[in-house]
Design a protein around this ligand. Structure first.
Ligand SMILES: Cc1ncc(COP(=O)(O)O)c(C=O)c1O
Length: 391
């Protein structure tokens, strides 16, 4: 590809057949053929070239989902990208493709809480053991590897607490012990970090977030290298985890402006960070402070930062933190980030009991902010007035 990815996103998927600048939404359960020979020919083509868009049934996809797979395969610089109905569906597909009864999985301690529940509780019923590692002490990976370990599952940065890990080191450990590796890259997306190029076998993005960008669609993507392609291909076929053509279309539409939006989320988040860094009772969980381990690890691997950040707040009481969050007027209170709008949540990390390694003092609380595309000066003014309620 000679042009930059920014140009590619604007010019891809034009439909010269219908003369439309965007691809059509092809909805189909039945794929029809003129003759039985045509069906057999398509099936043969699909066998020879499973990523070529040769379908004989709607569940496998249509031209609309195929276009999105192709765009994302380029963006990820991967062998292929599988599409799923939600981001969490992609997490499940990654684990289901690799793990079998008797296996073990090593998971980053600060993963997204449903990922933790899936690996720690649900997989146990299938005799699959999950062990959690300390994101800032990778000996806790190596010390827990056994002959049964099949997968290392990373999320970077950590959910809510935003630990940036030494990704290169994790990949070296995985390769040394011949264990497969997967990463949830929803925060950075392949616009800022390309995990497959770095050496991960699988990379997940919740397309619900920055890919779609408008908080009106759910989807997930699982990028893979050649080594794991067949395993995921077979697992997807037997689970029927597929993205609908309508959702694929909306995600393709969102991708056109992924770079523009993420650049703006980054710039806005930087401005808000500058403001928040002045408060002694707030520790910014965002790659802003240059002398921190998290900053160095972010700088080493990422080309930019998105709009999601954490605040580790020292406060007299939870009520006062909740009051601060409730007093924000431009920030909505809701979970699914990555859209155009700013969001704020008090996250009950301690109460949920979902961490083995996190040390939070009794007077420390976590607030998550998603910095949207509004005027950053308005966001700062809003945070300023709300902070008056923080004691
Ligand atoms: C890091 C991360 N991974 C995966 C998911 C799940 O994505 P979805 O909501 O599309 O299922 C989320 C959702 O918040 C997330 O934050």
């Amino acid at each position: 590809m000679s042009e930059s990815f920014k140009t590619f996103l604007k010019h891809t998927a034009k439909d010269f057949h219908n003369q439309s600048v965007n691809p059509p939404v092809v909805r189909a359960s039945t794929i029809i053929f003129k003759t039985m020979q045509d069906i057999r020919r398509t099936q043969l083509k699909a066998k020879k070239n499973p990523t070529g868009g040769h379908y004989d049934y709607g569940r496998q996809g249509t031209s609309t989902t195929h276009i999105l797979e192709k765009i994302l395969t380029k963006l990820e610089e991967s062998y292929h990208v599988f599409l799923t109905p939600t981001g969490f569906g992609a997490v499940f597909l990654a684990m289901f493709s690799i793990l079998r009864p008797g296996d073990e999985i090593i998971v980053a301690d600060p993963v997204y809480s449903p990922t933790r529940t899936l690996s720690q509780d649900f997989l146990k019923d299938f005799n699959i053991k999950a062990i959690f590692y300390n994101p800032h002490d990778l000996k806790t990976i190596e010390n827990n590897i056994t002959k049964k370990t099949k997968l290392i599952f990373v999320e970077n940065p950590g959910s809510n607490t935003f630990e940036f890990q030494d990704l290169g080191k994790i990949i070296s450990i995985a390769k040394k012990y011949k264990i497969l590796s997967a990463i949830d890259n929803t925060w950075g997306t392949p616009y800022f970090l390309k995990p497959i190029k770095l050496g991960f076998d699988m990379s997940i993005v919740s397309a619900t977030k920055y890919y779609s960008g408008h908080s009106d669609v759910m989807g997930g993507t699982l990028a893979v290298n050649r080594k794991v392609f067949n395993k995921v291909y077979n697992a997807q076929r037997v689970t029927g985890l597929r993205l609908s053509p309508d959702d694929a279309y909306l995600i393709t539409r969102g991708l056109r402006t992924l770079d523009v939006r993420l650049d703006k989320h980054r710039d806005n988040a930087k401005k808000v960070s500058e403001f928040l860094s002045k408060f002694k009772n707030i520790k910014l969980l965002y790659p802003y402070k240059k002398d921190s381990f998290n900053f160095r690890m972010w700088k080493k691997y990422y080309s930019g930062a998105s709009g999601l950040m954490g605040l580790r707040i020292k406060s007299k009481s939870k009520n006062s933190v909740v009051k601060f969050v409730n007093s924000l007027k431009l920030f909505g209170h809701g979970y699914s980030w990555g859209g155009f709008e700013s969001l704020a949540l008090h996250q009950n990390v301690r109460e949920q009991g979902l961490r083995s390694y996190l040390k939070l003092a009794d007077n420390e609380y976590i607030v998550r902010l998603h910095i949207g595309l509004e005027d950053p000066d308005d966001l700062i003014a809003d945070i300023k007035q709300a902070l008056k309620h923080l004691k």
